[in-house]
Design a protein around this ligand. Structure first.
Ligand code: CA
Length: 617
C-alpha cells in the first residue's frame, strides 16, 4: 500500500525538529541483498565494487558449452552502457534516453512493468557530450532509483513501477545532464552530475530515499563550505605522509572565479565501506580543456574522494592529475579490497585512472601505496612521485607548455584514457584486477574558448590513433590494436597478462568463483577468459557492439550471465550519432574519437538487446 505522501512529509519534519540534524542509520537492505549471489543488486555486485560473484557453476572447463538462453530487445537504438540489476528473482533493465525501465519475469520472460519518464529531448540530448547513455539503476528499500538524462532523479515502486517521487538534480539549460548509476546507502540515494564539457561545476548529492529531500551536497571545486571539506580534519597525501589540506584548498588553486565553471563532474561509479561509513568516488576534468585558461592545480578536479555517508564531510581527498592538460577525467570506479601491500595489510582502494596509472591507496586515511602504469605505452608522465603524490609530466607531451593553438602529437593515452568508465572486476582467488582497456594515443591542440551557459566549453581539438608501443613492455612494437583486456596486481603494480583486442574494450567485466572472467567487445562478442592465464575460452556474437557491463546471478539454482549490447558511447559515437569527421573543430560532437573507430561500421550496427546466457540442461 502506498504511504500518504503529505503525512510522511509532516512526520519527518516534526521528527527533524525534535531530533535536530538527523544521522539516520535506517537500512535500505542493499548490503544484505548483495551478500546473496543469486542477486546482482547494485552496479558493482556489492558495495565494494569488486564485480566478483561467488557463483561457480560455470567454470573454466565447462564455459565452452555456454549458450544464449533468452534475449530481450530494449526498443532503443543508441549506446547501452551499464548492466541489469537482479533482485529477488526480478530483472531490472534500463535503456539510454528515453530511460525506459523494464522489470522482467525470469520464469515467463514477460514484462512485469515498464516505465518511461517524460523528458524534453530538445533541451537534454544536445547537451549530452558522448552519446545518450545511462549506466543503470539502483535498488534499495523496495524502490528502483532511475537517474534520468535530464537530471531528474526518480524513485519507482519496484513491485509496480509506479513513481513514488522525483527530484530535479540539475538544470539541462546550463549543460547539466546525468549518465551515472545512483547508489543507495542506508537511508539516502547518492547521485552526481555530468557536463564537464559544458563548464558544469561537479557535485555529489544525497537524497532521502523516502521523500527525495536533499540531505547533503558536496561540490568538487569551490569554497570549503561548498566542498564540505573541513580544513581542521580533511587530509590528503603530501610530503610523503597523510597531511591536513588546510583552509580553502580548492579556491586557492584557481585564478579568479574560474572555479565557478571549473568542472570536476561526477559521472562515474560510487562505492561504500559500511564499517568506515565512507563513500568513495572520483571527480572529472577541470573546465575548459584548454589548460592555458586555468592556471593552478585546479583542485579538486581529477581527484578521489572519501566522504562521510551521513554528512558528506570529506575524510580525505587525493588529486591524481593536477592541472589537467589532456582530459584525463578522474571519474573511474574505486574498488575496495583488503590486501597486503609492502608487507602490511591495508584496507585499500584501487582505482585505474584515465591517465594510465593504477592507484592503490589506504582507504582509511588516503595514504598513497602504489601508482604504476597499467598500459606501458603511457608516456605523458614518466612516473608518479610517491613522496609528493604528483605525476612527473614529460615536457614534450605537456599541451600547455607547447602552447595554445599548437598541436601536440604522440601523447599516450588519448583523452578517453587507458581505461574509461567501464568498471574493472577483482577475483580474491587470483588477487588480480581485470581491466577493460584502451590502447590509443592522440594529438591535442588547445584553443581559446569563452563560456556561454549551456553551450560546449571544450577548448581543444583532438584526434586519436592506435598506441604503437606494447602494453606490457612499453617498447615500440607497431601495435594496431585499439584495446586490450589486462590482469593487474594492485599490490605490486605489475601486469600479470594482457590480451590484445582490435577495438577498445568498453564493457565492464565480471569475475566469478568458477575461475572465469567475462567481458564484451565493441564488435559485439561476449567473451569468457581463464582468470589465471587470460586464455580465451568462449565467445558469442551478440546483435550489436557491447559497451554494457556483464553481470551474473542465479535463478532456481542455475547460474546465468547477462549483458546489454547496443553500440554507442564515446568510442562508438561515430555510429551512434552518424558522425564521420575524424577531427572535430567545434568539440561538441565526437570529441576526437570518430576517426579511430570508423572501421567498427564493418562489424556492427545500432540496437539495444539484453542477452542472457546459461549452460545447457
Ligand atoms: Ca571529460
Amino acid at each position: 500500500m502506498k504511504k500518504p505522501f503529505k503525512r510522511l512529509l509532516l512526520a519527518s519534519s516534526v521528527a527533524a525538529l525534535l531530533a535536530g540534524p538527523s544521522l539516520s542509520t535506517a537500512n535500505s537492505g542493499v548490503e544484505k541483498l548483495t551478500q546473496n549471489p543469486a542477486n546482482w543488486a547494485s552496479w558493482g555486485g556489492n558495495y565494494a565494487g569488486t564485480r566478483y560473484s561467488e557463483l561457480n557453476q560455470i567454470t573454466a572447463s565447462n564455459v565452452k558449452n555456454l549458450q544464449p538462453a533468452w534475449s530481450f530487445s530494449t526498443g532503443v537504438l543508441r549506446g547501452h552502457e551499464g548492466g541489469p540489476l537482479v533482485v529477488n528473482d526480478v530483472i531490472f533493465v534500463h535503456t539510454p534516453f528515453p530511460n525506459t525501465v523494464y522489470a522482467l519475469d525470469q520464469k515467463t520472460h514477460a514484462i512485469i512493468w515498464e516505465y518511461t519518464p517524460t523528458q524534453n529531448a530538445e533541451v537534454t540530448i544536445p547537451v549530452m557530450c558522448c552519446d545518450t547513455v545511462n549506466r543503470g539503476l539502483a535498488y534499495g528499500d523496495g524502490k528502483i532509483f532511475l537517474q534520468q538524462s535530464d537530471t531528474v532523479l526518480t524513485a519507482l515502486d519496484a513491485k509496480t513501477g509506479k513513481r513514488v517521487w522525483s527530484v530535479q538534480n540539475g538544470d539541462p539549460k546550463l549543460g547539466m545532464t546525468n549518465t551515472n548509476a545512483p547508489l543507495v546507502v542506508k537511508d539516502k540515494v547518492l547521485t552526481g552530475i555530468s557536463g564537464g564539457e559544458f563548464g558544469v561545476r561537479g557535485f555529489i548529492a544525497a537524497y532521502d530515499i523516502d521523500t527525495g529531500k536533499l540531505a547533503w551536497k558536496g561540490y568538487s571545486v569551490g569554497p570549503d563550505a561548498d566542498t564540505l571539506i573541513n580544513p581542521d580534519k580533511t587530509t590528503t597525501w603530501k610530503d610523503g605522509k597523510v597531511s591536513k589540506v588546510g583552509k580553502e584548498s580548492s579556491t586557492s588553486t584557481w585564478e579568479g572565479d574560474q572555479w565557478k565553471i571549473g568542472g570536476g563532474t561526477t559521472w562515474g561509479w560510487y562505492s561504500y565501506d559500511p564499517k568506515l561509513n565512507l563513500v568513495y568516488y572520483g571527480s572529472g576534468n577541470p573546465s575548459t580543456w584548454n589548460p592555458v585558461q586555468r592556471p593552478g592545480d585546479n583542485k579538486w578536479s581529477m581527484s578521489i574522494w572519501a566522504r562521510d555517508a551521513d554528512t558528506g564531510e570529506v575524510k580525505w581527498v587525493y588529486q591524481m592529475t593536477p592541472h589537467d592538460e589532456w582530459d584525463y577525467d578522474g571519474i573511474n570506479e574505486t574498488v575496495l579490497v583488503d590486501q597486503e601491500v609492502k608487507g602490511k595489510m591495508h584496507k585499500t582502494l584501487v582505482h585505474f585512472d584515465r591517465n594510465g596509472f593504477g592507484y592503490t591507496l589506504d582507504r582509511e586515511d588516503g595514504a598513497l601505496l602504489v601508482a604504476e602504469k597499467f598500459d606501458k605505452s603511457v608516456n605523458w608522465a614518466s612516473h608518479v612521485d610517491m613522496h609528493t603524490g604528483r605525476p612527473q609530466v614529460v615536457a614534450k607531451y605537456s599541451t600547455e607548455q607547447n602552447g595554445q593553438d599548437v598541436n601536440s602529437k604522440g601523447i599516450c593515452p588519448a583523452a578517453l584514457g587507458s581505461k574509461n568508465q567501464q568498471p574493472v572486476s577483482y577475483s580474491p582467488q587470483t588477487g588480480l584486477f581485470y581491466v577493460s582497456g584502451n590502447h590509443l594515443c592522440m594529438e591535442y591542440e588547445p584553443f581559446e574558448v569563452s563560456y556561454t551557459a549551456g553551450q560546449p566549453y571544450v577548448g581543444a581539438t583532438l584526434s586519436m590513433m592506435p598506441a604503437t608501443a606494447d602494453a606490457i613492455t612499453g617498447k615500440e612494437a607497431g601495435d594496431t590494436n585499439l584495446g586490450q583486456f589486462t590482469a593487474y596486481d594492485a599490490k605490486t603494480g605489475k601486469i600479470a597478462w594482457s590480451n590484445k583486442e582490435q577495438f577498445s574494450v568498453w564493457s565492464g567485466s565480471v569475475a566469478t568463483a568458477g575461475g572465469v572472467v567475462f567481458y564484451g567487445t565493441l564488435e559485439g562478442y561476449l567473451k569468457a577468459v581463464d582468470a589465471k592465464s587470460g586464455k580465451e575460452l568462449y565467445k558469442f556474437k551478440t546483435p550489436s557492439g557491447i559497451i554494457g557491463n556483464v553481470n551474473t546471478w542465479s535463478y532456481n539454482g542455475k547460474q546465468y550471465v547477462g549483458v546489454l549490447s547496443g553500440i554507442g558511447g564515446w568510442a562508438g559515437i561515430g555510429i551512434a550519432a552518424g558522425l564521420d569527421d575524424g577531427t572535430d573543430k567545434s568539440g561538441s560532437e565526437g570529441l576526437g574519437a570518430v576517426g579511430a573507430y570508423r572501421s567498427l561500421n564493418s562489424y556492427t550496427k545500432l540496437g539495444g538487446t539484453f542477452t542472457v546466457f546459461a549452460l545447457p540442461e
